[in-house]
Design a protein around this ligand. Structure first.
Ligand code: NAD
Length: 495
């Protein structure tokens, strides 16, 4: 196993001036070709897919080297296949999404007609986190390119090996007018976020998002913020624990819990907490007979993140939590490999840090909460999460949770799968994010949906109702007043 120290994060990269120059190159190209035809967009999306296909093994190796060890299957499934799916969705539908959308027009303004024209914005900036470094660079790229934009991408300093590979792949595939990739540390990211893009999509933490929004506000750059948070699992009395344990384990253990929509904690009736904890531990052990030395189980990205997760556990234990760790692996080996087995934490209290911060690792606090009312209160009393998972077969309970709680997205009776549905826009709400993308919604995020009204060549006053509309022109008189009264009546506000 290759073990690098990703705490020695990448710090060097392009200067602010280099990135400004790259932006100007893209701006100039966009000015020369402000509306790339579908054939151009299709060719770009196709070569994006092809370069990923040609580099699958290198991608898996590079990401694994950055993590210390990343399950190849997870990279294939969650990073690579997800990119192919989304590119296919755009190749299948992008041409249709480009078409102007006709809208209906009020009778008084006919025969005028209205339409919404999706127009490329120009240059889209994309800031990428480390946890799914291929998919979270490529997925916004697909939307940006599909909608006719060029893009500039800043990779995470925590994935220096993959970022270098990705930059090489993009540099060999696209011209600087089409795609530019910056690697480097936080200083590069800061300079990058200050550029006057036409749109900036940031994926990362809620705390860094505040810096991003501040920097973007200087140039009034519109932002899409794809953030994280504590995504709850609400379990009701009517479900069988052995049925739900595998579904929660998949969400919590994929990428060792380093997933923005991983279940963060569980709310469930107190009588079930112990049996559930045992079910989760045996589920984890059946999936991973050992955690240490197991290439199917992903390491924690960096020593600092490993220490953060251990601190969360120490803090919880000091404050009275009960800790159950799956497996029986050698602790030293686990630490050396930065692997943390699934760890269920019970007897949790609100003052424990594990109940205050996004966990982003394979630790699962289980909170005893007996009634649906209590569970809904708990969720609503905390920051709005990116995802929410609800386990119940009771339609009434489902309906209450869907309408009485807030979350970016929901999967019922399972975890995470809403992200895999191309027809469902993906995004957060409040502290878990702003805006959404993927599929057609992504196309719209990266387009200006321009409203256009065509009254006819002679303008609105010459339309069918010309005589009636004439009193709109000053000097205003009695007829103008009548027209006004009629307009108010039509709008339901007659006096
Ligand atoms: P992060 O916020 O630390 O870093 C994300 C990116 O921001 C990196 O490229 C980094 O270089 C850059 N950055 C850091 N400091 C900056 C600054 N001051 N100014 C400008 N840019 C800066 O996040 P992370 O640790 O890479 O990723 C984990 C977080 O991302 C978690 O909170 C997770 O929930 C969230 N996430 C969200 C999604 C989603 O789609 N909603 C997906 C994956 C991860």
């Amino acid at each position: 196993m290759v073990r690098i120290n990703p705490d020695k994060v990448e710090t060097t990269g392009p200067s602010a001036a280099d990135m400004q120059a790259a932006l100007e190159v893209q701006r100039k190209a966009f000015k020369a070709n402000p509306y790339p035809a579908w054939e151009v967009r299709k060719a770009r999306l196709t070569k994006l897919r092809d370069v990923i296909m040609a580099n699958e093994d290198a991608i898996k190796q590079a990401i694994s080297d950055d993590f210390g060890s990343r399950a190849g299957f997870e990279t294939d499934f969650a990073d690579i296949v997800s990119c192919y799916n989304e590119i296919k969705d755009y190749l299948d539908h992008g041409e249709k999404w480009m078409r102007p959308r006709k809208v209906s027009i009020a009778l008084a303004n006919k025969p005028g007609r209205g339409e919404i024209i999706p127009q490329p914005l120009g240059v889209v900036g994309i800031i990428v986190p480390w946890n799914y470094p291929l998919f979270l660079a490529v997925s916004p790229m697909i939307g940006a390119i599909g909608a006719g934009n060029s893009c500039m991408i800043k990779m995470s300093e925590y994935t220096p090996i993959f970022s270098a590979l990705f930059k090489k792949m993009m540099d060999e595939t696209f011209t600087p007018e089409e795609v530019y990739v910056a690697t480097g540390g936080v200083e590069v990211a800061q300079a990058f976020s200050a550029l006057a893009f036409d749109h900036l999509l940031f994926t990362g933490s809620t705390s860094v998002a505040k810096h991003i929004m501040r920097a973007a506000s200087e140039n009034l750059v519109p932002v899409t913020l794809e953030l994280g948070g504590k995504s709850p699992v609400m379990v009701q009395d009517d479900v069988a624990l052995e049925e739900i344990a595998p579904r929660i384990a998949l969400g919590k253990m994929m990428n060792a819990g380093q997933t923005c929509i991983a279940p963060d904690y569980v709310l469930m009736p107190s009588a079930k907490v112990d049996a559930f904890s045992e079910a989760m531990i045996s589920q984890a052990e059946s999936m991973y007979p050992t955690f240490a030395g197991n290439d199917d189980y992903t390491s924690i990205i960096a020593d600092s993140h490993y220490a953060r997760l251990q601190d969360l556990l120490d803090d919880a234990e000091e404050k009275g939590a009960t800790i159950r760790v799956a497996g029986d692996d050698d602790k030293q080996q686990l630490a050396q490999e930065r692997r943390i087995p699934l760890t269920v934490v019970t007897n949790v209290k609100p003052e424990m840090r594990i109940m205050q911060e996004e966990i982003f690792g394979p630790l699962l606090p289980v909170v005893a909460s007996d009634t649906l009312d209590d569970q809904i209160d708990y969720v609503q009393d905390h920051a709005r999460p990116l995802a929410l998972y609800l386990f119940t077969h009771d339609d009434g309970a489902q309906k209450r949770v869907l309408y009485e709680t807030h979350a970016g997205g929901v999967t019922t009776n399972d975890t995470m799968w809403h992200i895999a549905q191309s027809e469902l826009p993906f995004g957060g709400v409040g502290p878990s994010g702003m805006g959404a993308y993927q599929g057609e919604k992504g196309f719209e995020t990266f387009s200006h949906m321009k409203s256009v009204f065509h009254p006819g060549t002679k303008g609105i006053l010459a339309n069918m109702k010309a005589k009636m509309m004439a009193p709109l022109l000053a000097p205003y008189d009695e007829k103008s007043e009548k027209l006004l009264a009629m307009a108010k009546k039509q709008a339901g506000a007659a006096q």
